[in-house]
Write a protein that binds this ligand. Sequence first.
Ligand SMILES: C[S@@+](CC[C@H](N)C(=O)[O-])C[C@H]1O[C@@H](n2cnc3c(N)ncnc32)[C@H](O)[C@@H]1O
Length: 294
Amino acid sequence: MDQTAIENVEAGLFLEALHQRHGYDFRNYSRASMLRRLRRLAEKTGAPSLSAMIPSVLHDRAFLPEVVDALSVNVSEMFRDPGFFRVLREEVVPYLRTFPFVKIWHAGCSRGEEVYSLAIVLREEGFYERCTIFATDLNPVVLEQAKAGIFPVEAVRLHTANYQMAGGRAAFSDYYHASYGSVIMDSSLRQNVTFAPHNLATDGVFGEMHLVLCRNVLIYFDRTLQERVLALLADSLTHGGILALGGKESLGGQRARDTFAEFDRKWRVYKKVDPASAQAHRRAGPDGAPGEGA
Ligand SMILES: C[S@@+](CC[C@H](N)C(=O)[O-])C[C@H]1O[C@@H](n2cnc3c(N)ncnc32)[C@H](O)[C@@H]1O
């Protein structure tokens, strides 16, 4: 057995111990990137091997937050993929106006960058007051940061450029104030937001949502977990609800493809429909263009 094969066994045992002891289930995450993160954690904690961390995960409660933080990738930015936020503003919000009130779920919200970005769009479109927003993540450390709405001042240049490319109608600086090397987002942006822990691998549906954003999360999962989560997201949406995935993510299996029709192909935005309409939509192609069955 070579070193990588041994590490693979150790990773499996470590993740099993983490799951059985604390309920955090990373067993169906893409193994290559999980190995990289576990190696980094071992290096940081001075453990001589991945399996040497198993006693700590079983017996040392203080180790848990460090493990969860090390295993979840929390990279994000405000108005990430500005073109996507343009589609939200110009296509999704006008569509959502057809509902009397709107419930939105950000699944895997990280430090809240996407949540504050969408809140700004909704505010500028005069739609914020009709929305109730839930923002969840498995990592309690990033959720606390999201609630505080504090971001490093170094990121402001990028966030401002993204905001402008996303069709921002004001100055990005209208939405924050700077303080001691950080920027603090305007608290009115989270007036209708509830931040809460939720684990897509183990927790249940979030009922009757009109818009679900789960962007740049599925890429870390293996096929089995992706299928589970796509079913969970579908079941959390009301009929006609909108699902937004990340630019490198797709619907995958037949069940999801039978549940959704394309709303915006480029930015992976889908609308929940009944299976017969999903099939008809696929045959016709989006916007009536000839599709795969034509
Ligand atoms: C790369 S960030 C994406 C953040 C944001 N959605 C974006 O697109 O910029 C992925 C987030 O998903 C969260 N995550 C990973 N696995 C999760 C799970 N099983 N349940 C809930 N959140 C999860 C991570 O903690 C992290 O905050």
